[in-house]
Design a protein around this ligand. Structure first.
Ligand SMILES: [Fe+2]
Length: 314
């Protein structure tokens, strides 16, 4: 089976789309490897393997998912079922615009132990945040807490080690316009928490910027950072100028609509207010946050985006 999968990928005309899900190693191989390494292996359950493979003809997902940008969206990723598989990778899509294989995708992906991945490029860019385990490519081993920004024209051949990994990926949401964007490899564990100077954020709020504004990222409207609220923080609410996306890495927070926990992906529409406090009982809340909406809908799908306005009026 593993050789069949490898053969199919080798000659696939859609190699670039394997950033979503692609691998060639099977569970029996990972079990054999477990005897040579001291680290315990988390073997994926059989029902995960039974999820249908995703390919270009059967994308396994809606063409558009959470693509109505006028609404607040909350996806509790830790409670979602794995809904797609390619080789030894499984995924939980959070946002899809234009189909999983060729469109913009935000997805939580799990690499099974020892999974590897074919060489591929990244039309319209890729962004990865390592949530657990180790993500490996030509640049080295990237532990949990690592942030990778892979611009258009970037290529790599990812894999993972015995433990596997869990990563948050955004695909095709970062085109190069005129100039190639700056590739980033950041280990946030080695960064200091600093008081934000981008905008006033209130007492007890600190951050780690993923790409400094003085670099050529300044050409683009998106901003991305990790924000931490201490238990007694009083975050300054602010109005969302375009879109705002949050993925909670640790702890939880509460706003007027409810409480959010580790693994939750929240997207707020333009004009809404982002605020809240650490949920009582939590020591802190740490989340990845992104602002900017310019390229969330890829150019090639702008005309086919469903009209949600009639739905909103009901
Ligand atoms: Fe990739």
């Amino acid at each position: 089976m593993r050789f069949l999968v490898f053969f199919l990928y080798l000659f696939s005309p859609h190699k670039f789309s394997i950033a979503l899900l692609n691998a060639t190693t099977c569970a029996d191989t990972s079990n054999k490897m477990a005897t040579t390494e001291p680290e315990p292996v988390e073997t994926p359950s059989e029902d995960v393997y039974e999820i249908a493979e995703v390919d270009a003809k059967n994308s396994g997902a809606d063409e558009f998912m959470n693509a109505d940008f006028s609404k607040k969206v909350v996806m509790q990723s830790e409670k979602l079922n794995w809904s797609s598989r390619r080789g030894d990778l499984v995924g939980k899509p959070l946002y899809v615009c234009g189909g999983k294989m060729n469109g913009a995708v935000t997805v939580v992906v799990k690499y099974f132990p020892n999974a590897d991945f074919e060489f591929h490029d990244h039309p319209q860019g890729e962004e990865i945040f390592v949530l657990d385990g180790v993500f490996t490519d030509e640049r080295g081993d990237h532990e949990a807490g690592s942030y990778l920004f892979n611009p258009e024209t970037f290529t790599h051949t990812p894999s993972t080690k015995q433990k596997g990994n869990l990563i948050l990926i955004r695909l095709r949401q970062y085109p190069n316009i005129g100039v190639r964007r700056t590739e980033k490899v950041v280990n946030s564990n080695k960064m200091e928490w600093v008081v934000p100077d981008f905008k006033k954020r209130g007492e007890g709020v600190t951050e780690k910027l993923m790409y400094p504004l003085e670099e050529d990222q300044a050409e683009y409207s998106e901003r991305q950072w990790i924000e931490r609220w201490s238990a007694d923080a009083t975050p300054e609410p602010f109005v969302v100028e375009d879109l705002l996306e949050i993925f909670i890495l640790k702890g939880g927070f509460t706003d007027e609509d409810g409480s959010y926990n580790k693994g939750d992906w929240i997207r707020l529409p333009k004009g809404s207010t982002f605020g809240g406090k650490v949920t009582p009982g939590e020591e802190e809340c740490v989340f990845l946050i992104k602002t900017g909406d310019e390229y969330v809908v890829p150019e090639q799908f702008k005309d086919s985006l469903p009209d949600y306005s009639a739905e909103s009026e009901q």
